[in-house]
Design a protein around this ligand. Structure first.
Ligand code: ATP
Ligand code: MG
Length: 519
C-alpha cells in the first residue's frame, strides 16, 4: 500500500506563494531598476561551488563554514569505477581459496580503472588518492599468497584493503552557497574582468543556504540581494555611493525605521588594526572575571567579536573598552573621515557604531549595517563592507572591493509588518459566458483584453450566470463581462461592475475604450 504520510517542505525552508510573491517581485524589480541607475549589471553565479572557495573566502573558522554549510560529494567518475569501488568496499571477508582469488581479481580491475581515471582526469590526482591506490595495490597483491591459509589470515588483509578503498576520494566536494561574494570574486577572476573598464559593478539576487536554527527572520534557505564593486580604486566616493544605493533602494520601497550604522575597522598592518587588537586584548584581560564564558573564550580566539556581545551584563563593561576609531593609522583615519563627508554630501544619515566589526583579516576600513523596524532581534536587513584582499586571496590580481548583502526575507517581513505588503491581486475581468457562440466570442475577447494587459478569467466550462458571478466575486474581480447568445448576436455586451452591481452596455470597441479609461 502506498504510504499516506505527506511530504512537507524541509525545516527552515518554505514555499513563497501568491499573493506574497507579488511583493517579492516588486522588491526585485525595484532592485533591478535602482541598481541599473547606479550603473550596476546583474550577475547570476551558480548556487553551488567547490567547498574550498567558501572555506577560503568566508573563513574556515567562521560558524558559516565550520558548521552551517550544506556540503556534498559530486561524482563525475565513470559508472565502472563507481561500481567496482562499491563492490570492493562491500565485499565480505573471503572464506575460501576461490573467494580470495575473486577479491584479488576484482581489486585488480579497480586499480586498473582508477589509474586510467587519473589519466583522464575523472579521478582527482591528489596525494591522498595516489597513496590510496598504492595501498590498495599493496594489500591486493598479498591476497593470492594468503589464499590457501583461510579466513584467519585473509580477514585482516581484506579489512586493510577496505580501509585503503575508503581513502580513495572519488568525488569533488561541493557546497551550496552560504553567501555570494565568494562566487562574484571567483567569477571576476575566471572571466578576467580586471581587463574591463574599472571598477566592475555587479549585483545579484537569489537563494543562499545555511544550516542555522530556524526562527523568525532566520531560515536555512533564504534570499539575498547584494552588490559588489571590484577594481583598482578604494576612493571613499565608491564606499559612499554603494551605501547611497542601498539607502535609495530602501527608500524607494518605503521601508520603515531604516537605520544605518557605519564604522572603520582599519587594515591589517602593524600600525593599525593588529595594534588595536593587542590593546583591546589587554583591556579585556583586565575585566576578564566580569565577562561570560563566550566572551572570555574570544579574548584568545577573536577579541574583536567580544564587541558583538548582546549580553545585558557585559554592555557596561564593553562601553569602557578602547575604540578602534581612536587607533586607526593615518591613511585609514583619513579614508574614514572622507567616507563620512561623502555620505553627508549625498544626504545619507548614519550613526557611527564603533562596535561594528568583522572577524576576517581581509575585511578592512568601511563596514556598515542597516536595521529596519518590525523584525524583533533579527533586525539587520543589510550588512556590508570593504574587502580589499579577497580577490588576491582567491588567486586573482590585487583588487579592491566593497559590497553588501541584503536579507530579502527580512526586508519583505519588515515591509509587511509596516503595511507595505502587496494587496491580494484580483482579476480585472471575469467573463461569464453561456452558449456555443458566446464561447467563441468570449475566447476572442479574453485574448484581446489580455493583449492590452488586463488580467482575465475565462471559465473553461459553461456556468449559469448566477454561479459565474459568484465565482467572479470570490476571485475579487473588478468587472464581469456577460456574454450570452443574445449579447453576441446583438453585438452589445454587458459589463457589470462588481463593487456596486451597476451594469452598462457596450459594443466591442467601446468596451475596450471604457476599460482602458477605468481599468
Ligand atoms: P545575522 O547576524 O543576522 O545572522 P549575518 O552577519 O550572518 O547576520 P550576513 O552574512 O552579513 O549576515 O548576511 C547579510 C544579511 O543576510 C543579514 O543582514 C540578514 O538580513 C540576512 N541573513 C543572514 N542569514 C540569514 C538567514 N539564515 N535567514 C534569513 N536572512 C539571513
Ligand atoms: Mg548569521
Amino acid at each position: 500500500m502506498a504510504s499516506k504520510s505527506k511530504f512537507q517542505a524541509i525545516r527552515g525552508t518554505r514555499d513563497l506563494l501568491p499573493p506574497e510573491t507579488a511583493l517579492w517581485n516588486r522588491v526585485e524589480e525595484t532592485a533591478h531598476s535602482v541598481f541599473a541607475t547606479f550603473g550596476f549589471g546583474e550577475i547570476r553565479p551558480p548556487v553551488f561551488e567547490p567547498t574550498e572557495l567558501f572555506a577560503r573566502a568566508v573563513g574556515g573558522e567562521t560558524d558559516i563554514v565550520s558548521k552551517e554549510m550544506y556540503t556534498f560529494k559530486d561524482y563525475d567518475i565513470s559508472q565502472e569505477l563507481q561500481g567496482l569501488w562499491s563492490l570492493v568496499f562491500s565485499a565480505r571477508n573471503p572464506n575460501t581459496y576461490d573467494e580470495t582469488i575473486e577479491l584479488a581479481k576484482l581489486t585488480g580491475r579497480l586499480i586498473a580503472v582508477a589509474r586510467s581515471g587519473l589519466e583522464s582526469g575523472q579521478l582527482s590526482r591528489t596525494p591522498e588518492n595516489l597513496r590510496a591506490i598504492d595501498q590498495i595495490e599493496l594489500y591486493s597483491s598479498k591476497l593470492p599468497g594468503l589464499a590457501n591459509q583461510g579466513p584467519r589470515e585473509t580477514g585482516p588483509a581484506a579489512a586493510s584493503l577496505r580501509d585503503a578503498v575508503t581513502d580513495l576520494d572519488l568525488g569533488d566536494e561541493l557546497s551550496l552557497r552560504p553567501e555570494a561574494t565568494a562566487s562574484v570574486c571567483r567569477s571576476y577572476i575566471e572571466h578576467n574582468m580586471q581587463q574591463l573598464p574599472q571598477p566592475v559593478k555587479l549585483y545579484y539576487m537569489g537563494p543562499m543556504f545555511r544550516r542555522e536554527r530556524p526562527q523568525k527572520g532566520r531560515y536555512r534557505q533564504f534570499y539575498q540581494i547584494g552588490a559588489e564593486v571590484l577594481g583598482g580604486s578604494d576612493a571613499p566616493g565608491i564606499d559612499a555611493e554603494v551605501i547611497e544605493m542601498v539607502m535609495t533602494f530602501f527608500d524607494r520601497l518605503g521601508l520603515a525605521g531604516v537605520e544605518l550604522d557605519i564604522n572603520s575597522i582599519g587594515h591589517n598592518a602593524p600600525d593599525c588594526r593588529p595594534a588595536y587588537v593587542q590593546k583591546l586584548k589587554a583591556a579585556l584581560e583586565q575585566v576578564k572575571d566580569k565577562l561570560g564564558a563566550d566572551s572570555r573564550r574570544r579574548i584568545e580566539t577573536n577579541p574583536l567579536r567580544v564587541l558583538d556581545s548582546k549580553l545585558e551584563h557585559e554592555q557596561a563593561i564593553i562601553a569602557t573598552l578602547p575604540r578602534i576609531v581612536d587607533h586607526l593609522c593615518a591613511d585609514c583615519a583619513a579614508h574614514y573621515a572622507a567616507v563620512k563627508r561623502q555620505l553627508e554630501l549625498r544626504g545619507v544619515f548614519f550613526k557611527e557604531n564603533w562596535r561594528l566589526v568583522r572577524g576576517l583579516d581581509y575585511y578592512m576600513r568601511t563596514t556598515f549595517e542597516i536595521t529596519a523596524k518590525g523584525l524583533g532581534s533579527q533586525n539587520a536587513v543589510c550588512g556590508g563592507g570593504r574587502y580589499d584582499g579577497l580577490v588576491e586571496l582567491l588567486g586573482g590580481p590585487a583588487t579592491k572591493g566593497i559590497g553588501f548583502a541584503i536579507g530579502e526575507d527580512r526586508l519583505i517581513l519588515s515591509l509587511q509588518e509596516n503595511g507595505k505588503g502587496a494587496a491580494p491581486q484580483g482579476r480585472d475581468v471575469y467573463i461569464a459566458w453561456m452558449g456555443e457562440r458566446a464561447y467563441a466570442t468570449a475566447v476572442r475577447a479574453a485574448k484581446d483584453l489580455r493583449n492590452v494587459g488586463f488580467s482575465v478569467e475565462l471559465p473553461p466550462t459553461e456556468l449559469k450566470f448566477g454561479k459565474a458571478l459568484e465565482r467572479a466575486d470570490k476571485l475579487g474581480s473588478r468587472y464581469a463581462l456577460i456574454l450570452g447568445d443574445n449579447e453576441v448576436s446583438e453585438g452589445s455586451w454587458t459589463l457589470k461592475t462588481l463593487a456596486d452591481g451597476t451594469q452598462q452596455k457596450f459594443t466591442e470597441p467601446e468596451l475596450l475604450e471604457f476599460l482602458k479609461r477605468y481599468p
